[in-house]
Ligand binder design. Structure first.
Ligand SMILES: [Zn+2]
Length: 449
């Protein structure tokens, strides 16, 4: 039994914030939430972590994150390449060379950074070659993860193959990937890199197994051009016609979608994960076409993601939430339309609802999984504390003030250090693995200056 003490941002239905509050953890579950005084009185023998000045929040949710491919060459792909060049001349060749060891190391580093910044739940975006090794990384470090494996059947490239072969890989991943913290989903690369036959069959598999599904769509205008050339329809109009949309599906991106596609997402209750830093890093037009705001205004299902370490690069949900809020205000030239509190909902309870996990995580409520983040408000950016901690959290801070993190009741970050993995000790092997990937894949060691 542990008592975590601080001002508690519950994100419960009343959005209670309890000053000098406390959360009681028993095993993997939140057993009580209240003032520190009442919880301490009821549990005089429990260990206490934190103090009245700390800030306690539910674990943050990352709905779209590549755990392999980018990390070992992070922030290496130039940010001034022509559209598509980063993917097909850099990312795909590097993915093709990933060994199982590379996958586990890459996922370990990304999940370490995630936990360090308070992101307790990660949904892998659909490009893992060795899902068992990525699952092992999550179990070892103590992160909550949903993972699948790579699937496409149109381009020539790593793991591309006929529909049956791709589905077999998906089935094997669903069978293989299990653990207390790890679940699996059907994951296709998406875009226009999946035949109608594949996306229909993969959807049937997800529905049959009762698991969620993801694919990429329309971060830029190229998917619209490609679907129109192939099917004479906008991508989501075509996919709706195939019957593959629905609440089981979380689409990565959906930036460049038209009015009819917005209606389709709302009608089918399909979720969209917004990764605004990626769109800015890649110059994909988010400030011109911020349809995620329209989805949000109409009650659509929206979550936040950090994408990849050459597409947004940092894995920090607070930073992502602030950017999303700023873009929303900017698009409508209206500061009243959306703010820090709305963005914080997307990072916690509303993100959990969009991704179908709100029965377990996303808020601090009795009976939910004990996924908690503690921010240290003695750091300079928090001095003096604002009367509105959510406002200060989103606009005035970032993941650097995260001091302690629990996932399923286990403390996985303590005093700002990842508990279960010696991260500094991974430096040499990460450099060597990254250099090996550069050599084998033939990507350049680019440096502007
Ligand atoms: Zn992605």
């Amino acid at each position: 039994m542990t008592i975590v003490r601080g001002a508690v941002i519950t994100m419960d239905p009343d959005r209670r914030i309890i000053d000098d509050g406390a959360v009681l953890i028993t095993d993997d579950t939140i057993a009580a939430v209240g003032t520190f005084a009442e919880i301490r009185t009821a549990h005089p023998d429990a260990a206490v972590v934190g103090g009245p000045g700390d800030l306690v929040a539910p674990g943050y949710i990352n709905g779209h994150q590549h755990l392999t491919g980018d990390r070992l060459i992070q922030s290496s792909i130039p940010d001034d390449l022509a559209p598509g060049e980063a993917i097909f001349t850099w990312v795909v060749p590097v993915h093709a060379e990933h060994t199982g060891d590379d996958d586990e190391l890459s996922a370990t580093l990304t999940l370490a950074e995630s936990l360090r910044n308070g992101m307790t739940t990660t949904f892998e975006a659909g490009t893992v070659a060795h899902p068992d090794r990525v699952a092992k990384a999550a179990e070892t470090i103590g992160a909550r993860l949903t993972v699948g494996t790579w699937g496409w059947d149109v381009e020539q490239g790593p793991f591309a193959g006929p529909v049956d072969e791709v589905l077999d890989r998906q089935r094997r991943a669903l069978d293989l990937v299990t653990g207390p913290l790890v679940s699996s989903w059907v994951s296709l690369v998406g875009h226009d890199l999946m035949s109608d036959e594949l996306v229909v069959a993969a959807t049937e598999l997800a529905r049959e197994r009762g698991v969620a599904m993801t694919f990429h769509l329309s971060p830029s205008t190229s998917d619209t051009e490609s679907y129109r050339a192939r099917t004479n329809q906008a991508p989501l109009v075509h996919l709706d016609g195939l019957g593959v949309l629905g609440p089981h599906l979380a689409i990565g991106h959906g930036v460049h979608i038209d009015d009819a596609e917005v209606e389709i997402l709302l009608r089918t209750q399909t979720a969209v994960v917004s990764c605004p830093w990626a769109y800015l890093r890649l110059g994909q037009g988010i400030s011109h076409r911020f349809r995620h705001l329209d989805l949000w205004k109409r009650g659509g299902r929206v979550a936040l993601g950090c994408d990849a370490e050459n597409a947004g690069d940092m894995v920090d949900g607070i930073r992502t939430a602030a950017l999303f809020a700023g873009l929303a205000k900017e698009r409508d030239l209206d500061p009243t339309v959306f703010g820090a509190h709305d963005a914080f909902e997307l990072l916690t309870i509303k993100g959990a609802e969009a991704l179908g996990i709100a029965d377990r995580v996303g808020s601090i409520e009795v009976g939910k999984q004990a996924d908690l983040v503690v921010h240290d408000r003695t750091r300079v950016e928090w001095i003096p504390p604002s009367p509105d901690p959510v406002l200060q959290l989103v606009w005035g801070s970032d993941g650097r003030s995260v001091r302690d993190v629990w996932v399923a009741g286990a403390r996985v970050v303590a005093d700002a250090e990842v508990v279960n993995v010696d991260v500094p000790a991974l430096l040499e092997s990460a450099i060597a693995a990254g250099q090996g990937l550069r050599t084998r894949s033939g990507i350049p060691n680019a440096r502007r200056w």
